[in-house]
Design a protein around this ligand. Structure first.
Ligand SMILES: Cc1cc2nc3c(=O)[nH]c(=O)nc-3n(C[C@H](O)[C@H](O)[C@H](O)COP(=O)(O)O)c2cc1C
Length: 203
């Protein structure tokens, strides 16, 4: 996977508190890496505090490192992931996006493909609404939002996560349900789709 070299990459940018969204990010990265000519770059965002003081180290103790403005500016495509928070994206990710005004002004993300993924504890607890909440700022940035087509047969057979709006996972009431085979296939397919589009649109 990409670190900081100059090869084209799809940025997988996510927030995860208990790990499910982070595991989905790995699978999406796997799908991206199946496409020739592009790499996956996984990045996360720090948690936000209810009091306005720093609570996180500069480098996370484990997992992906924090996303910089350059990581976002220079991506060839973006896959954005968040756990559901009351049917919406998590504040930590929204906070990061709310600080991308300079990028918006420069038009750096215009015409780049983007997609979204989420994890919820309940089946009808807001997967689609969370995915759509992530779509909104990406459209403001001029990105080309893509979901999953029904040619992905898992979309019709799933009894857990997986939506045409993007990849999703049902983590269960204790957030410990494993990502199942269909959810996994759809994560990989989403990464592959964004990477394929990114390669076609490279400028
Ligand atoms: C404040 C808060 C709000 C949540 N809201 C929802 C919700 O609306 N629907 C739902 O199904 N799960 C909800 N959850 C559960 C998480 O979305 C779920 O456990 C998710 O899998 C966590 O992802 P992570 O392991 O990447 O942190 C909520 C959790 C928290 C802490």
């Amino acid at each position: 996977m990409s670190t900081t070299n100059s090869s084209p990459y799809v940025l997988v940018l996510y927030y995860s508190r208990s790990g499910a969204t982070a595991q989905m990010a790995q699978l999406i990265g796997r799908g991206i890496e199946q496409v020739t000519g592009i790499e996956a770059r996984l990045r996360t965002v720090p948690a936000v505090s209810t009091v306005t003081e720093a609570t996180e180290p500069d480098i996370p103790d484990s997992g992906a490192i924090y996303c910089t403005e350059d990581d976002l500016r220079n991506c060839a495509g973006l896959v954005l992931g968040s756990p559901t928070r009351f049917g919406n994206m998590a504040a930590a990710l929204k906070y990061f996006i709310d600080n991308t005004g300079a990028l918006w002004l420069s038009g750096a993300l215009i015409d780049k493909p983007a997609a979204a993924f989420t994890s919820t504890s309940t089946l009808h607890g807001g997967q689609e609404s969370t995915l759509l909440s992530m779509l909104t700022p990406l459209l403001h940035h001029g990105m080309l939002f893509c979901g999953l087509p029904y040619s992905e047969t898992g979309l019709s057979s799933t009894t857990s996560g997986g939506t045409p709006y993007g990849a999703s996972h049902l983590a269960g009431p204790n957030s410990d349900r494993k990502i199942d085979a269909t959810e996994s296939e759809l994560c990989v397919a989403l990464g592959k789709r964004v990477a394929t589009l990114a390669v076609k649109l490279l400028r």
